[in-house]
Design a protein around this ligand. Sequence first.
Ligand SMILES: Cc1cc2nc3c(=O)[nH]c(=O)nc-3n(C[C@H](O)[C@H](O)[C@H](O)COP(=O)(O)OP(=O)(O)OC[C@H]3O[C@@H](n4cnc5c(N)ncnc54)[C@H](O)[C@@H]3O)c2cc1C
Length: 503
Amino acid sequence: MAVEASYDYVIIGGGTAGCVLAARLSADPDRTVCVVEGGPSDVGDERVLNLRNWINLLESDLDYGYTTVDQPRGNSHIVHSRARVLGGCSSHNTLISFKPFPQDWDDWGRVGWNAETMEPYWERLRNNIVPVAEKDRNPIASDFVAAASSALGVPVVEDFNARPFHDGAGFFSVAYDPETGRRSSASVAYLHPVLDDRPNLELLLETWAYRLLVRGGRAQGVEVRHADGSTATVMADREVLVCAGAVDSPRLLMLSGLGPADELRKLGIEVVADLPGVGENLLDHPESVIVWETDGPLPPNSVMDSDAGLFVRRDTSDPRPDLMFHFYQIPFTVNTERLGYPAVEHGVCMTPNVPRARSTGRLWLRSADPDEKPALDFGYFTDPDSHDELTIVEGLRIAREVAATEPLRSWLVREVAPGPQVTGGEELSEYGRHAAHTVYHPAGTCAMGPARAREAVVDPNLNVRGIEGLRVVDASVFPRLPTINPMVAVLMVAERAVDLITT
Ligand SMILES: Cc1cc2nc3c(=O)[nH]c(=O)nc-3n(C[C@H](O)[C@H](O)[C@H](O)COP(=O)(O)OP(=O)(O)OC[C@H]3O[C@@H](n4cnc5c(N)ncnc54)[C@H](O)[C@@H]3O)c2cc1C
């Protein structure tokens, strides 16, 4: 196999975390950095750069589209979109940007990643994170915010990132350029400004990493396949940094013999290190949906059709909210239509989600074939206390209260799904779980833990336990999901990783 070249750092995955590492590490001209990215460049690709087009990227050629195994208590039909393009999921997500709550970091305190340590990294982010601009505020979304505040007595929040909040309704902060409607993704914010003047930074695009080379307990490089089918080896003199995301990082580790030994042996994969935690602790934010028809088309202004939301706190023993809603100015009916509910030409929906879900799952390899997608089992709605299911039921009820309140009420003609006749707790649970979706936040599958903990995949410095020169840096290292949408947390983890790598 051809040896492509040798670099100081080889970054696998030019996604959200990978772009931060690539830009920061290559800032020193004495370091050579190579990014192995499975997808194409986003430079000049308007489909990607125009944030409002995000929904058309789902299940497109720029999406790996992972399915799940049967979810007996949830929805077995969810397709987990994962972006196949420079910038990773920050190039096809909605770029809603929340600074994590201090308690979200403190929840990771067991491994020394607390709020105090993480605070400075918020200031380092290069993305243009701003509250939705006035001109992009759709009147129906403004009326949703007013109705939520008046129905539930929660404050209207002008800037969710200004200070930690207990509850509230408002327009989100989004990483975008209000002048152009373009993304301020990890790629746009970190890589685009430096791409043309860093001879020490190499991007291998449309190139798939399928096996890490680990010899004598040290990661030496990675075997890759280019778009034309040819293969090569890319060597790392200092470190291999795995940033392939919560599905593909554990997948690559396992294909390379780093994972649960017994399972790997059964598949005929030679075990390099027994790491039982790889693929475990699969986390997500599950959501459901309630849909209304509106009387004709809505005004057009919007950033990305889900510009406002609501946070509710039911458990007052924790300062953080425990129920979140996105408000969509479009009828998101992919799951309700499958259940037989009608499609509507004009409508809106609310999607209640579970911010600190207690159901967890796992992912595993089906075979030793690098082309075969792994099996994903999120275990949706399986927590023994039914916390997740009850949160969704309460969310559907609260959504109705908001919808029945002016000034939102007058916009809505009828509730389409589940429909006003569905009121009992069991019925709402049945509907809510089967119409459930993901907020697209998988995490946790190479979880960080104390260096000696058996379930830990990486130690507090993000080193893969027992292997030299190999770190994981992406959403898979999260021991727990933050309360809010996690992209900013991924960016902040990557910024801290730069310090861990270089000092
Ligand atoms: C549709 C959608 C909407 C979302 N909306 C929001 C939101 O509004 N706000 C928010 O906070 N979060 C949102 N998220 C979640 C957020 O975008 C992700 O949690 C975050 O971007 C994950 O970053 P990452 O670095 O872990 O992985 P990614 O950004 O997915 O990066 C992984 C990269 O690795 C590459 N790759 C994978 N495997 C290989 C391989 N073997 N070889 C080479 N390259 C490989 C991929 O092509 C990709 O570029 C959304 C996600 C989705 C999918």
